[in-house]
Design a protein around this ligand. Structure first.
Ligand code: DX5
Ligand code: ZN
Length: 216
């Protein structure tokens, strides 16, 4: 059960301190949301920010790219310090080629579906990726409500993915919702507003992990 706090909810004026707090709080990964204002109706931050935090944070960089043209940025993502890149199947370019490009740069590859996309479109790529991400909110913003009706997607993926594939959920994960996602087969949980801005990051991360473990 991996907990990947989403930096999108961090206080960017105190970013290093925020990253230290999630690391010391026991985060497994750091989820980094890159948005281009085109694939999603919001702009977050890009490679210059990832490059700045790489030397001061040794967490695994789980980079979720919500951008229309993923293939254009794979090399720059590698240079900036990404460990894993998850792109959207709805984005431009042949997904099989995008996966090959990510692997060619020596990174792990993830593929994601938005809530409105049927999970079955991922079938041709499941043997090629290390991670599959099921969005449980419309991508673009933190702090939205969890869509429990996405749970059948996780159950479907659990049946079909290779053993060892990480099944990640992103959006609205908190103490109330994490059990449903874990019970449906997820083993990696992105949490933005449920961790950042809270009193004790370690207590939140630990509570989430324990609730996920208890649900399976
Ligand atoms: C939404 C992002 C999420 C977001 C999650 O587009 O992909 O990673 O930060 O935030 P919460 O956990 O607050 O829903
Ligand atoms: Zn995300």
């Amino acid at each position: 059960m991996l907990i990947s706090p989403s930096m999108l909810s961090a206080d960017f004026a105190r970013l290093k301190e925020e990253l230290d707090r999630v690391k010391q709080g026991g985060a497994d990964w750091l989820h980094i949301d890159v948005m281009d204002g085109h694939f999603v109706p919001n702009i977050s931050f890009g490679m210059p920010v990832i490059k700045c935090i790489r030397p001061v944070c040794d967490l695994f960089f789980d980079v979720h790219i919500m951008i229309s043209q993923p293939q254009k940025y794979i090399t720059d993502l590698k240079k900036s310090g990404a460990d894993l890149v998850t792109f959207h199947v709805e984005a431009e370019g042949d997904p099989a080629e995008t996966i090959r490009m990510i692997h060619a740069e020596g990174m792990k590859a993830g593929i994601s579906v938005k809530p409105g996309t049927p999970v079955e479109v991922l079938a041709p790529y499941l043997d090629e990726v290390e991670l599959v991400l099921v969005m449980t909110v419309e991508p673009g913003f933190g702090g939205q409500s969890f869509m429990e009706d996405m749970m059948p997607k996780l159950a479907w993926l659990r049946q079909r993915c290779r053993p060892g594939t990480v099944l990640q959920v992103d959006g609205g994960i908190n103490r109330k919702t994490i059990a449903a996602a874990a019970a449906a087969g997820a083993n990696c949980f992105v949490a933005g507003s449920a961790v950042f801005g809270r009193e004790d990051y370690g207590a939140e991360i630990t509570a989430l992990r324990e609730l996920a473990k208890a649900a399976v």
